[in-house]
Write a protein that binds this ligand. Structure first.
Ligand SMILES: Nc1ncnc2c1ncn2[C@@H]1O[C@H](COP(=O)(O)OP(=O)(O)O)[C@@H](O)[C@H]1O
Ligand SMILES: CC(=O)OP(=O)(O)O
Ligand SMILES: [Mg+2]
Length: 598
């Protein structure tokens, strides 16, 4: 399905067109990506995909929104199944992607005073899209939704009950971004999100910190409105609420005047004279003391939130930088991290300075051996918004039960020509004895022995046909019997594989090819298509029919035209699940949203 996404921020309009075939982000095709920003009376910058920046005519966000159809026509893109809009403030009602109809739009309009820089821009995008594509469904995805899991202690202000009854509470924003980068980080760290305590720093024109424990947002630096928290381009972030009384008495400013100044004339703009961090950094480098203070203050505030959230979660496993500043300013990342060594957080200067952010890259920049991982990744709000809407649209068409056979792989080897010659004699042909489920694969009549420093494993099966590299796959328990520490690797990935000696009737063969095979699924292209899955997806598989019922997480999907659908686990995993004989597994819930392999 094809989805057009509008993401109106406080200083930019980002848009994208995505074709989503499966359930996972891995299967999403980006057809168009664009940003219009740096608006002035002379126009704005336009950036399309990876092309160089050009100038365009729009002078503000509204004009920018009206300009997008021209770009879509130029790219020949139409036939949208839905149009998805980022909506900054969704209050406590909108906890998921929601169809925008007159009633829901009224509710969003009512929240405008709580996000005056954002909701009007978001709504003007909706109105324009309704006019241009009257027959296409409009959907909203809300910045606030991800944070609705925050506990009451994080969402409650200590203010009179009657104010709280009127709706005064903390919400948090940038949720789509925080959620996306948390998944990217978990994926890059090869650790399930549920086992991680993360702080995500989204540092764009608007900026917020988010504490994410076990995959759930547990606190966020923005509050009732996107004013609270970090220093931003034109917003103050945290201030003493006492300033309202002070400014009223001393300067005779009204509440709307104060509020307007906190939104539009504060932050970097107030401190350094410009809102754009690139310019602030340039001025600071040229010796401008005000710009230098702005940078120090910006970093100091962010650092305090990292420390506070580490305390809130009882520890920190990873810090993730994203947003225009988080992604691009190595010096700001450095300044924020300086002084956090007591948490076990140390940066590697070279890695930090040479961050290369490609498509879905999430490079790690912590010093080797540091306890806390530090990652940088591009946010992908548009993609995430498209995905959330696509999932919501699919709810109407329930997914088929995705059940598949589970096969237990006992220890075995795959041999190359050189190994067969050494073990069985030059030019020897192995004898296929038994066909395997995967077409063209067989186990051989011949066997080999494996020898490690501590022991031997006899009668180890050989699986054919021959491969380009010799590889031996054992269980963790086997590795103790052999006395070698074999790493867990996907078949074919022999990086860091352990050394092992093979014995055959004609001789021995030593190779660096010993691994514990990572669990995986072979899947036919037809099944993948029917189940909304793509090659490289990571899925959870439940073995509920097994004696000791287990759910295996992080199972890699390998899709091919030639494959027969089947999951492979090793004997340790089978024992843990109490499997004897044939069992079936079921692919659970949502596919993890990112992919780790090709
Ligand atoms: N190379 C860079 N160095 C420092 N700051 C940068 C760099 N590139 C972009 N930025 C900053 O990122 C901010 C905009 O972030 P972005 O996430 O694009 O904004 P928005 O919140 O409007 O989506 C601006 O302050 C900009 O100066
Ligand atoms: C909520 C918010 O601050 O958004 P942005 O970063 O787009 O201004
Ligand atoms: Mg932003």
């Amino acid at each position: 399905m094809r989805i057009l996404v509008f993401n109106a921020g406080s200083s930019s309009l980002k848009f994208g067109v995505f074709d989503l075939s499966g359930q996972s982000l891995a299967g999403a095709q980006e057809r168009l990506r664009g940003t219009l920003d740096r608006f002035s009376s002379e126009g704005c910058d336009l950036k399309l995909a990876d092309m160089a920046k050009t100038r365009a005519t729009p002078r503000d966000l509204a004009q920018a929104t009206a300009y997008v159809p021209k770009l879509l026509a130029q790219a020949g893109l139409d036939g949208f199944d839905a149009i998805a809009h980022r909506i900054a403030h969704g209050g406590d009602r909108f906890d998921r992607a929601t169809r925008l109809d007159p009633a829901t739009l009224d509710q969003i309009r009512a929240l405008t005073p709580l996000a005056p820089l954002h909701n009007p821009a978001n709504l003007s995008g909706v109105e324009m899209a309704q006019t241009l594509w009257p027959d296409v469904a409009q959907w909203g995805v809300f910045d606030t939704a991800f944070h609705l899991s925050n506990p009451a202690r994080a969402t409650t202000y200590a203010v009179p009950q009657s104010w709280r009854d009127a709706g005064l509470r903390r919400y948090g924003f940038h949720g789509t971004s925080h959620k996306y980068v948390a998944h990217r980080a978990a994926d890059a760290l090869q650790t399930p999100l549920r086992a991680l305590r993360l702080v995500s720093l989204h540092l764009g024109n608007g900026a917020s910190a988010c504490a994410i424990a076990g995959g759930q947002s547990v606190d966020s630096s923005m509050g009732l409105t996107p004013l609270e928290g970090l220093v931003m381009g034109t917003r103050s972030g945290d201030v003493d609420p006492g300033l309202f009384g002070f400014l009223h008495r001393e300067m005779e400013l009204s509440a709307p005047q104060v509020e307007d100044a906190l939104y539009r004339d504060s932050g970097l703009k107030a401190l350094a004279g410009v809102a754009d961090m690139r310019e602030v950094e340039a001025r600071a480098a040229a010796g401008d003391a005000a710009a230098q203070l702005a940078i120090n203050l910006y970093a100091y505030r962010a650092r305090k939130y990292v420390g506070a959230y580490a305390a809130a979660m009882g520890g920190l496993d990873a810090l993730v930088f994203t947003g225009g500043i988080g992604e691009n300013s190595a010096s700001m990342r450095r300044r924020i991290c300086d002084g956090l060594e007591f948490l076990g957080l140390r940066l590697d200067d070279d890695r930090n300075a040479t961050v290369a952010l490609g498509h879905r890259a999430a490079p790690q920049i912590q010093a080797y051996g540091a306890r806390v991982n530090v990652l940088v990744t591009q946010t992908a709000e548009q993609l995430m918004i498209a995905q959330e809407v696509a999932s919501a649209l699919r709810v109407a068409r329930p997914a088929p039960a995705r059940r598949l056979p589970v096969a237990v792989s006992a220890r075995h080897v795959h041999l190359d020509r050189v190994a067969v010659d050494a073990l069985f004699g030059a030019g020897y042909d192995l004898t296929p004895a038994r066909p395997l489920r995967q077409k063209g694969h067989w186990s051989a009549e011949e066997r080999v022995s494996l020898e490690g420093p501590k022991g031997r494993l006899e009668h180890v099966a050989i699986l054919g046909p021959l491969r380009s590299h010799t590889q031996a796959e054992i269980s963790r328990t086997d590795s103790f019997a052999l006395g070698v520490d074999a790493p867990v690797r996907q078949s074919g990935d022999l990086s860091g594989a352990a050394r092992i000696r093979l014995h055959g009737p004609a001789g021995t063969y030593d190779t660096n090819g010993l691994i514990v095979a990572a669990r995986h699924i072979h899947m036919s292209s037809d099944d993948a298509q029917a189940w909304g899955l793509s090659d490289g997806d990571m899925v959870d598989v439940s073995l509920d029919g097994a004696a000791r019922g287990l759910t295996f997480t992080h199972v890699l999907l390998r899709v091919s035209d030639k494959a027969t659908t089947e999951m492979h686990i090793d004997t340790d995993e089978a024992n843990a699940a109490g499997i004897r004989g044939a069992v079936e597994g079921e692919i659970m819930g949502d596919v993890q949203i990112t992919q780790r392999h090709g």
